[in-house]
Design a protein around this ligand. Structure first.
Ligand code: SF4
Length: 308
């Protein structure tokens, strides 16, 4: 069993950096060079000088890092750590909706496979979906796979947004119910509520702030309360706790078991064995990268693609 310091030594000896999502186990977050949401981690992978990037997140996140960093070795330490919501949007479903809505822009959430991204016009995260869709001048906008995020984007942009497929959802956010928040508000009357847009509209309506995990952290600092109820995956409790804030889960059932599969030992094991190197078909990677870069350009995200 490795501890945080031992893992840090292994990473240093291999010239590797560890990027961890906000939903990772506390000790994996503590061992990481950087902890953040999908967008931040993609950009950190690009900025890093390390030749090996170990990605502590689910499959699509590591895949996106590999697509954006073809000259780096991206390692996903646990192949079983996959996102069930991403699997709800298949290439066949994308093709079916594209045929049904010719000319409509197809926006996919980063929580999707490389093959799906390769068919998309734009790729967004929960941090920038509203901003990107608000800049599109065609309607309806096709958006998948999360129907709750699609609905949130429609509310915020006043555009017609078609969820693709109509059943796409995150099972972790689906267990957070309106009644859970009503109870939590009674139990912690001074706490502000932070919710992820993957939550249902009933839950979002009871929140003081709705945003991506990193936007929630920023909001927690800005809202100035000492107590927060968190309507998202419980890994966020550790992040907010490290800022000296008291945070309570809206539901203790909101655990992403896929995110929790990665351990300090599995990171060391993947570095030692060379297993878990992420490979994406070059043609699919090139098409997916086009959609990602097109989105970054529209959003004004700076990177190697920026024109000086
Ligand atoms: S929290 Fe939900 S969307 Fe995120 S990886 Fe887990 S299942 Fe997928």
């Amino acid at each position: 069993m490795y501890n945080v310091q031992e893992l840090r030594r292994v990473l240093k000896s291999r010239g590797a950096c560890l990027l961890a999502h906000n939903y990772q186990r506390p000790e994996v977050q503590d061992a990481a060079d950087f902890v953040g949401d999908s967008l931040e981690l993609s950009l950190k992978a690009l900025e890093s000088d390390a030749r090996i990037v170990v990605f502590a997140g689910v499959d699509f996140m590591a895949e996106q890092a590999a697509i954006l960093n073809p000259d780096k070795t991206v390692i996903h330490p646990e192949p079983l750590s996959v996102c069930p919501m991403a699997a709800m949007l298949t290439v066949d479903i994308v093709r079916e909706y594209k045929e049904k809505y010719p000319g409509s822009p197809f926006v996919v959430y980063v929580n999707s496979s490389a093959s799906v991204k390769a068919l998309a016009d734009y790729v967004v995260t929960s941090a920038n979906a509203v901003k990107l869709v608000s800049q599109l001048d065609a309607e309806p906008v096709l958006f998948g796979p999360d129907r709750h995020l699609a609905e949130y984007v429609a509310e915020k942009t006043c555009k017609e947004v078609v969820p693709v497929p109509d059943f796409g959802h995150c099972p972790v956010h689906a267990v957070i119910l309106r009644g859970d928040l009503v109870e939590a508000k009674k139990k912690y009357p001074d706490a502000k509520v932070l919710a992820h847009p993957e939550c249902s509209s009933e839950v979002r309506k009871l929140a003081d702030f709705v945003g991506s995990t990193s936007q929630m952290i920023k909001a927690a600092v800005e809202l100035g309360s000492n107590e927060y109820v968190i309507a998202t995956e419980i890994g966020m409790l550790h992040r907010l706790g490290k800022l000296g804030l008291r945070a309570y889960p809206a539901s203790s059932y909101a655990v992403c078991v896929n995110m929790k599969m990665i351990t300090l030992d599995s990171v060391v094991e993947s570095l030692s064995s060379g297993k878990g190197v992420v490979k994406v078909d070059p043609k699919i990677a090139a098409k997916a990268k086009e959609a990602i870069v097109r989105s970054f350009e529209l959003l004004g995200v700076e990177g190697p693609w920026s024109k000086s």
